[in-house]
Design a protein. Sequence first.
Length: 357
Amino acid sequence: MERLYYQRPGTAPATLELPPAQVGRSPVMRLMEYDAQVLHDRIIESVHELPDEPESHRVSWLNVGGLGNLELLRSLGQHFHIHPLALEDILDPSQRPKLDEYEGQLFMVFKMVYEGGPGEVVFEQVSFVLGRRFLITFQEDAERDVFEPIRTRLREGAGNLRFMRADYLAYALVDAIVDHYFPIMESVGETVADLEQALLDRPTREALQRIQAVRRTLLQMRRAIWPTRDVIGHLCRDDTGHISARTKPFLRDCYDHAITLIDLLENYRDATGNITELYLSSLSMRTNEIVRVLTVVSSIFIPLTFIAGVYGMNFDTGRSRFNMPELHWKYGYPAALLLMALIAGTMLYYFKRKKWL
């Protein structure tokens, strides 16, 4: 389960504290400034290298990877007039996707997902600060994200990115986050299908553990996708002027993608629940089969045990004719074995006629 990060009870609002996972991570700041004709892409070392005021005809995208420097975050907050409560949320990795408006800026939080390794799904928080002519994104990890296709489109001048405002850039990044859920969801679907077939063939404890791992992943994705849909829906209905009328149709398309993800998510959650029930039913059926076989074997040996017990008693045929005269028969032992075999065969035939075997 995802660990909850929280500040000490009683801490004053807007208090900036580094989460334990960010201690020692030096931020990497990458600035991309562009318009229809020009693109500047560079790594900057300090806030002093940022322009005091973005040029009116250009869009500035500052991506901050890593949150291990509080002084840098405070400096960025002062430079771009970011609300202190937004800075506090940026440092809280357990935030759910949300949308807030602060003094002419939109602040958004999303959960980015990608494959960290074979069978490993990594969730990373990314925060957006959207202004009129700039967009700032804050990531937990500087080494990997899902935004490289957007950077490629900016460099190549493909699509509408270089001709639109910062709100369209924000849409493109949100769309990249949402679209990267699809391959993860496809991988989960294949795993669910494989587990279902494996449990039909042979239910094992290892398969049940894999089911629980898939259910945990789906739970995390549900906590990320549902509020993401709500945030995109609010952006589609934005009346503050931060989202232009030209961008809203694209956001509605992104909203449709989120709805599709939710449908897939709920289907897979139902499927994993059914698979768990299938595992329990298969286990119960296996147990019933074993118990039935053992019951049949026990039923066959009950009369045989009785006969062997009777003939195992101590008899004195000299005292009475009722003291087991068969003990002196020449073929008494083979006759007893034949009687046992006849009883066992008759019972087996009867069980097969009743389809108990």
